[in-house]
Design a protein around this ligand. Structure first.
Ligand code: IMP
Ligand code: MG
Length: 182
Protein backbone atom coordinates (compact mmCIF):
# COMPACT_ATOMS: atom_id res chain seq x y z
CA UNK A 1 0.00 0.00 0.00
CA UNK A 2 2.73 2.52 0.97
CA UNK A 3 4.61 1.61 -2.23
CA UNK A 4 1.81 3.21 -4.25
CA UNK A 5 2.47 6.64 -2.72
CA UNK A 6 4.62 9.08 -4.65
CA UNK A 7 4.81 11.84 -2.04
CA UNK A 8 3.48 12.48 1.47
CA UNK A 9 1.85 15.89 1.83
CA UNK A 10 0.82 15.77 5.51
CA UNK A 11 2.15 13.32 8.05
CA UNK A 12 0.13 11.92 10.93
CA UNK A 13 1.81 14.51 13.22
CA UNK A 14 1.03 17.41 10.86
CA UNK A 15 -2.61 16.34 10.80
CA UNK A 16 -2.97 15.85 14.57
CA UNK A 17 -1.34 19.23 15.31
CA UNK A 18 -3.65 20.99 12.90
CA UNK A 19 -6.70 19.21 14.35
CA UNK A 20 -5.80 20.39 17.86
CA UNK A 21 -5.75 23.99 16.60
CA UNK A 22 -9.03 23.51 14.74
CA UNK A 23 -10.61 22.08 17.88
CA UNK A 24 -9.59 25.18 19.85
CA UNK A 25 -11.21 27.41 17.20
CA UNK A 26 -14.37 25.32 17.19
CA UNK A 27 -14.60 25.32 21.01
CA UNK A 28 -14.40 29.11 20.99
CA UNK A 29 -16.95 29.48 18.20
CA UNK A 30 -19.56 27.31 19.98
CA UNK A 31 -19.35 28.27 23.66
CA UNK A 32 -22.19 26.12 25.03
CA UNK A 33 -24.82 23.55 24.21
CA UNK A 34 -24.68 20.49 22.02
CA UNK A 35 -22.86 20.63 18.74
CA UNK A 36 -23.83 18.17 16.03
CA UNK A 37 -20.77 16.91 14.17
CA UNK A 38 -22.21 15.70 10.91
CA UNK A 39 -19.66 13.63 9.04
CA UNK A 40 -19.91 13.09 5.31
CA UNK A 41 -19.22 9.39 4.69
CA UNK A 42 -16.92 7.75 4.05
CA UNK A 43 -14.09 10.23 3.60
CA UNK A 44 -14.58 12.14 6.86
CA UNK A 45 -14.42 9.03 9.05
CA UNK A 46 -10.84 9.39 10.34
CA UNK A 47 -10.96 13.18 10.53
CA UNK A 48 -14.21 13.16 12.46
CA UNK A 49 -12.92 10.54 14.91
CA UNK A 50 -9.83 12.61 15.70
CA UNK A 51 -11.64 15.95 15.72
CA UNK A 52 -14.33 14.66 18.08
CA UNK A 53 -11.65 13.46 20.53
CA UNK A 54 -9.87 16.81 20.36
CA UNK A 55 -13.09 18.68 21.22
CA UNK A 56 -13.38 18.97 24.98
CA UNK A 57 -17.18 19.44 25.08
CA UNK A 58 -20.47 17.69 24.40
CA UNK A 59 -20.95 16.68 20.80
CA UNK A 60 -23.52 14.60 18.96
CA UNK A 61 -22.03 12.54 16.15
CA UNK A 62 -24.01 11.63 13.09
CA UNK A 63 -23.29 10.77 9.47
CA UNK A 64 -24.72 11.43 6.07
CA UNK A 65 -23.63 9.66 2.90
CA UNK A 66 -23.61 11.04 -0.60
CA UNK A 67 -22.11 9.87 -3.83
CA UNK A 68 -20.57 12.20 -6.37
CA UNK A 69 -17.50 10.49 -7.86
CA UNK A 70 -18.79 7.05 -8.91
CA UNK A 71 -15.31 5.55 -8.55
CA UNK A 72 -13.23 7.87 -10.73
CA UNK A 73 -11.04 10.84 -9.91
CA UNK A 74 -13.28 13.57 -11.33
CA UNK A 75 -16.39 15.07 -9.80
CA UNK A 76 -19.41 14.36 -11.94
CA UNK A 77 -21.49 17.10 -10.39
CA UNK A 78 -24.31 14.62 -9.85
CA UNK A 79 -24.91 14.20 -6.12
CA UNK A 80 -27.00 11.37 -4.72
CA UNK A 81 -28.09 11.02 -1.09
CA UNK A 82 -27.17 7.46 -0.06
CA UNK A 83 -27.79 7.67 3.69
CA UNK A 84 -29.71 10.36 5.52
CA UNK A 85 -28.86 11.60 9.00
CA UNK A 86 -30.45 9.98 12.06
CA UNK A 87 -30.83 12.90 14.49
CA UNK A 88 -33.23 15.82 14.27
CA UNK A 89 -31.12 18.92 13.65
CA UNK A 90 -33.90 21.49 13.97
CA UNK A 91 -32.71 24.29 16.25
CA UNK A 92 -29.26 22.74 16.67
CA UNK A 93 -25.77 23.95 15.85
CA UNK A 94 -24.53 21.73 13.04
CA UNK A 95 -20.96 21.43 11.84
CA UNK A 96 -20.61 19.58 8.54
CA UNK A 97 -17.34 17.67 8.65
CA UNK A 98 -15.71 16.88 5.28
CA UNK A 99 -12.41 15.34 4.30
CA UNK A 100 -11.92 17.59 1.28
CA UNK A 101 -13.77 20.27 -0.64
CA UNK A 102 -12.95 19.95 -4.32
CA UNK A 103 -15.45 21.40 -6.83
CA UNK A 104 -17.73 22.30 -3.92
CA UNK A 105 -20.74 20.67 -5.58
CA UNK A 106 -21.23 18.01 -2.89
CA UNK A 107 -21.08 20.38 0.04
CA UNK A 108 -23.34 22.91 -1.65
CA UNK A 109 -25.91 20.21 -2.25
CA UNK A 110 -25.68 19.24 1.43
CA UNK A 111 -25.93 22.84 2.67
CA UNK A 112 -29.04 23.36 0.57
CA UNK A 113 -30.58 20.08 1.73
CA UNK A 114 -29.78 20.60 5.45
CA UNK A 115 -30.93 24.23 5.49
CA UNK A 116 -34.49 23.06 4.79
CA UNK A 117 -34.40 21.27 8.18
CA UNK A 118 -33.90 24.56 10.05
CA UNK A 119 -30.74 24.04 12.11
CA UNK A 120 -29.87 26.92 14.45
CA UNK A 121 -26.58 27.27 12.60
CA UNK A 122 -24.84 25.36 9.84
CA UNK A 123 -21.12 25.61 9.14
CA UNK A 124 -18.48 23.62 7.29
CA UNK A 125 -15.26 22.19 8.67
CA UNK A 126 -12.98 20.65 6.02
CA UNK A 127 -9.61 19.07 6.63
CA UNK A 128 -8.49 19.84 3.09
CA UNK A 129 -9.45 22.65 0.74
CA UNK A 130 -8.62 22.15 -2.94
CA UNK A 131 -9.42 25.81 -3.57
CA UNK A 132 -8.24 25.93 -7.21
CA UNK A 133 -10.74 23.25 -8.25
CA UNK A 134 -13.81 25.11 -7.05
CA UNK A 135 -16.78 25.31 -9.43
CA UNK A 136 -19.16 26.89 -6.93
CA UNK A 137 -18.20 29.08 -3.95
CA UNK A 138 -18.31 27.35 -0.55
CA UNK A 139 -18.35 29.06 2.84
CA UNK A 140 -15.73 27.00 4.74
CA UNK A 141 -15.64 28.20 8.35
CA UNK A 142 -12.83 25.91 9.55
CA UNK A 143 -10.09 24.70 7.18
CA UNK A 144 -7.24 22.33 7.96
CA UNK A 145 -4.96 22.76 4.95
CA UNK A 146 -5.25 24.35 1.51
CA UNK A 147 -3.99 21.75 -0.96
CA UNK A 148 -2.82 21.73 -4.60
CA UNK A 149 -5.17 20.61 -7.35
CA UNK A 150 -3.99 16.99 -7.38
CA UNK A 151 -5.72 13.74 -6.56
CA UNK A 152 -4.97 12.88 -2.92
CA UNK A 153 -5.41 9.72 -0.88
CA UNK A 154 -5.09 8.67 2.75
CA UNK A 155 -6.53 9.70 6.10
CA UNK A 156 -10.04 8.94 4.82
CA UNK A 157 -9.55 9.85 1.17
CA UNK A 158 -9.82 6.95 -1.24
CA UNK A 159 -9.02 5.91 -4.74
CA UNK A 160 -11.56 3.25 -5.73
CA UNK A 161 -12.30 2.69 -2.03
CA UNK A 162 -8.66 1.96 -1.14
CA UNK A 163 -6.05 3.93 0.84
CA UNK A 164 -8.52 5.40 3.34
CA UNK A 165 -6.58 3.77 6.18
CA UNK A 166 -3.27 5.47 5.42
CA UNK A 167 -2.39 7.59 8.49
CA UNK A 168 -1.10 10.40 6.23
CA UNK A 169 -2.29 12.32 3.16
CA UNK A 170 -0.32 11.68 0.00
CA UNK A 171 -0.27 11.63 -3.77
CA UNK A 172 -0.50 8.35 -5.68
CA UNK A 173 2.11 7.23 -8.17
CA UNK A 174 0.81 7.67 -11.75
CA UNK A 175 1.15 3.92 -12.43
CA UNK A 176 -1.69 3.26 -9.96
CA UNK A 177 -4.13 5.01 -12.32
CA UNK A 178 -2.97 2.95 -15.31
CA UNK A 179 -4.73 -0.34 -15.93
CA UNK A 180 -2.49 -3.41 -15.43
CA UNK A 181 -0.49 -4.33 -18.54
CA UNK A 182 -0.68 -0.89 -20.18
P1 IMP B 1 -16.65 17.96 -4.61
O1 IMP B 1 -18.12 17.77 -4.72
O2 IMP B 1 -15.99 18.03 -5.96
O3 IMP B 1 -16.24 19.11 -3.74
O4 IMP B 1 -16.05 16.63 -4.03
C1 IMP B 1 -16.16 16.30 -2.75
C2 IMP B 1 -15.86 14.85 -2.49
O5 IMP B 1 -15.09 14.23 -3.52
C3 IMP B 1 -15.02 14.76 -1.26
O6 IMP B 1 -15.83 14.62 -0.13
C4 IMP B 1 -14.18 13.54 -1.49
O7 IMP B 1 -14.84 12.40 -0.97
C5 IMP B 1 -14.05 13.44 -2.97
N1 IMP B 1 -12.73 13.97 -3.39
C6 IMP B 1 -12.45 15.20 -3.88
N2 IMP B 1 -11.15 15.35 -4.14
C7 IMP B 1 -10.58 14.16 -3.82
C8 IMP B 1 -9.21 13.68 -3.85
O8 IMP B 1 -8.25 14.37 -4.22
N3 IMP B 1 -9.03 12.41 -3.41
C9 IMP B 1 -10.05 11.61 -2.98
N4 IMP B 1 -11.32 12.02 -2.91
C10 IMP B 1 -11.59 13.28 -3.33
MG1 MG C 1 -16.19 12.90 0.91
Amino acid sequence: MHDDIDRILYTDDDIQNRIRALARDINEAYPSGDLVLLGVLSGSLLFLADLARALDRHVIVDFIAVSSYEGGTQSTGVVRLLKDLSVNIEGKDVLLVEDIIDTGLTINYLIENLTTRHPRSLAVCALLDKAEARKAPVPIRFTGFTVPNEFLVGYGLDYQQRYRNLPYVGILKPRVFQPAGS
